[in-house]
Design a protein around this ligand. Structure first.
Ligand SMILES: [Zn+2]
Length: 299
């Protein structure tokens, strides 16, 4: 908010000066206000790297998604082209304007503080998914889905892993509440079949499976990753553990933290929290619960 207000005044005088300069330029004649808008060249977009390896996402969606940041590029300013003809009669004032056009920034993209609270949303047995929590799903290959906001970093992590000879594979991703319930039911049935009564079977299942509404998988921010071509996932998990923070992911259920997370060690479950939090959490060996508690205490 403050930043916004502070920044405005610097734009306004400049715009006024530019307008004055443009008017002057037109009056002096010889200035053809060429609309030199450096718009995105369609050809360049087409040259984007084709999906060569086993990408994470379906081709069309990937292109659509990667096109978005290009469109967000500000339209170029109709810069008063330097016309040498009328150079002599220019009073000193317009000359000052000459460097201004490059520096001119569109007044609109003043950084709007984005709500990033979704990155740190804490979901566990005590903190169910908030009512009305909304996000947009993106389809990956093999019918997997994640919150579209984590896709770019997830893809980057996969690309870098592959470059390092590690081939992660998305084994679990977004789940609906119904799917979460189905998993729970399956485990309950399994324990009942093994001799537990219903109540005991439910208790046992809850140690392994999150109740519907309390699973991070329902957020679309978590993925369970295994090795793609190998029965042994440990090298993959090790690489991911060592590197995930660089892409904003954390090992969500670390070893020896079950009393805090409520979930036993899961070397495969990675959760997106954003680069800043991920760096601190992984470096200090924290859980999201501990990190969130610290942040709450700070504020
Ligand atoms: Zn998981």
């Amino acid at each position: 908010m403050n930043g916004t207000e502070r920044r405005r005044p610097t734009f306004r005088p400049r715009l006024r000066e530019l307008t004055a300069a443009a008017l002057l330029c037109l009056l002096l004649a010889g200035c053809t206000p060429k609309a030199e808008t450096p718009q995105a060249v369609p050809g360049e977009e087409a040259a984007a790297p084709p999906e060569t390896g086993p990408g994470l996402v379906l081709q069309e969606e990937r292109e659509e998604f990667s096109a978005a940041p290009e469109a967000a590029q500000p339209a170029g300013e109709p810069a008063p082209a330097e016309e040498p003809e009328d150079g002599e009669e220019e009073p000193p004032a317009p000359q000052e304007e000459v460097p201004a056009p490059q520096a001119e920034e569109p007044p609109e993209p003043v950084p709007v503080p984005e709500d990033e609270s979704w990155k740190l949303i804490l979901v566990n047995a005590e903190h169910p998914i908030p009512e009305g929590y909304e996000f947009t799903l993106m389809e990956l290959r093999n019918n997997h889905h994640v919150d579209e906001r984590i896709y770019p970093e997830l893809q980057r992590m996969f690309d870098d892993a592959r470059a390092a000879g590690i081939y992660p594979f998305v084994n679990e991703s977004y789940r609906t509440a119904g799917e979460q319930q189905a998993i729970m039911d399956e485990y309950i049935a399994r324990y009942e079949a093994a001799g537990s009564d219903r109540e005991e079977a439910e208790r046992q299942a809850r140690e392994i499976v999150a109740l519907p509404g309390t699973s991070e998988h329902q957020l679309g921010l978590a993925v369970d990753l295994i090795a793609e071509f190998s029965a042994d996932s440990w090298p993959t998990w090790q690489w991911l553990k060592d590197n995930c923070a660089r892409y904003g992911f954390i090992l969500r259920y670390p070893e020896g933290k079950a009393e805090i997370t409520g979930i036993a060690y899961e070397p495969w479950h990675f959760r997106y929290v954003g680069a800043e939090a991920a760096a601190e959490i992984m470096e200090r060996g924290l859980t999201l619960e501990e990190y969130a508690a610290e942040k709450t205490a700070e504020n």
